[in-house]
Every structure is written in C-alpha cells, then in structure tokens.
Design a protein. Structure first.
Lengths: 112, 111
C-alpha cells in the first residue's frame, strides 16, 4: 500500500506570493492533518479534515487555509507569504479522526 | 500555556546500550500520548502510544512509561542500533483532540 504523498517536495517562493501544497493520503484513509515544522517552533498543528469538513484548527492566522476533496486528497494554501512561513509542511493521514497518523515526507517551503 | 517538552535536546548512546528519552508534559487533562521517530528527510513515524489509564506499554524493543503524578513520559529503546539514530518527539493529545509535540531529542548512536 502506497504511503502518504506530498507534492511538491521542495518549493521556493517570494514574500507576498501565495502557495498551494498537495497531499494524497493512504488509500482508504479519510482524515488528513497538516503540520508546520520549523527549528524554532517545532511541530505545530495547522488543521485536520475528515470527509471534506475541517474538524479542528490550530492557532495560525487566516492566511493559512485548507480543504479536502471527495477522494480525501487535501490541499493547503498560504497567502501573502512571509519569511517566517519558511518551514517543512507535513501532512498526515489516518483512517478516521483520532486514529494512528501516518506522515508524508513533507514539502520544504522556502520564502525569500 | 500548556505544552509538551523534552528534557534533553541531544542524546549520544553506544550501540548495544539501552536509551532513555524523557518528556515532560503540563496538561494534566491529556489522555493520549505518542512517541514519534523522525529520520532525516522523512516525516515522523509512529513508534508507540499509551493512554492515560496505563503506566507502561511495551513494543518491539521499545517501552513507554507514563507517570501521571509528575506528568512525565519516557521512551526506552533496548539494545540501541545505528538505525535508531533520529529525532524523537513525544506528543500529547488534549481534550480538543489536537496533537501537541515536544521539541524533540536527537539521538546519535556511536558505533
């Protein structure tokens, strides 16, 4: 069974731009969560989706948004990028909310 | 605020020895705790979990201990191998079902 895939793996953007990251969960998994990982703040929860509905949200500004499609694939969007948004963005999928999460390799976003 | 943290940022251990990684948490209402391992260039990988109604759980070469009295969590790795070199995170799930991660401990295994 294929694992969680994230595209692109690496991305360089300029301040003020917007970016969309994609996550394909493990087949059959209906819950997708997003995390931001930085050396200073560590791993921080962004949001969780289940059956196309956002079930939980972390403490991030409204510039960070996401959605989930009917096939459980998920995207997250960051608008008006700031230097501090440079991070590894991780996606994790699980069968359902509160089940064991399986992480993808992440998308490394660099904002210049 | 409430947070999950690790006592030591780095741990160096001789191959074959046992490793102990510690984590302190502050949210006494947390019900579920997880240890993850993250290797370079990869996402975190689930190692073992424990619920608050238990104080010990064993897996293959790993044991998690939970001391609710002092809000302390530890991960023990038996017979540490080179492949165990990674960053280890503890995480707690609060009543809001959000996962909060500690800062991580980098484990280096010496040959």
């Amino acid at each position: 069974k294929a694992g969680v895939t994230q595209t692109p793996r690496y991305l360089i953007k300029t301040r003020g731009q917007q970016v969309t990251l994609s996550c394909s969960p493990i087949s059959g998994h209906r819950s997708v969560s997003w995390y931001q990982q930085t050396p200073g703040q560590g791993l921080q929860f962004l949001f969780e989706y289940f059956s196309e509905t956002q079930r939980n949200k972390g403490n991030f500004p409204g510039r960070f948004s996401g959605r989930q499609f009917s096939n459980s694939r998920s995207e997250m969007n960051v608008s008006t990028l700031e230097l501090g948004d440079s991070a590894l963005y991780l996606c994790a999928s699980s069968l359902a909310v509160m089940d064991e999460q399986y992480f993808g390799p992440g998308t490394r976003l660099t904002v210049t | 605020g409430e947070s999950v943290g690790l006592h030591l940022p780095t741990l160096s251990v001789q191959e074959g020895d046992n490793s102990i990684i510690n984590c302190a948490y502050s949210n006494s209402a947390s019900d579920y705790f997880i240890w993850y391992k993250q290797e370079s260039g990869k996402g975190p990988q689930f190692i073992i979990d424990i619920r608050s109604n238990m104080d010990k759980r064993q897996g293959q070469r790993v044991t998690v201990l939970l001391n609710k009295t002092v809000k302390h969590l530890s991960l023990q790795i038996a017979a540490t191998q080179p492949g165990d070199s990674a960053v280890y995170f503890c995480a707690e799930e609060g009543l809001d079902y959000k996962l909060s991660f500690g800062a991580g401990t980098t484990v280096t295994v010496r040959a």
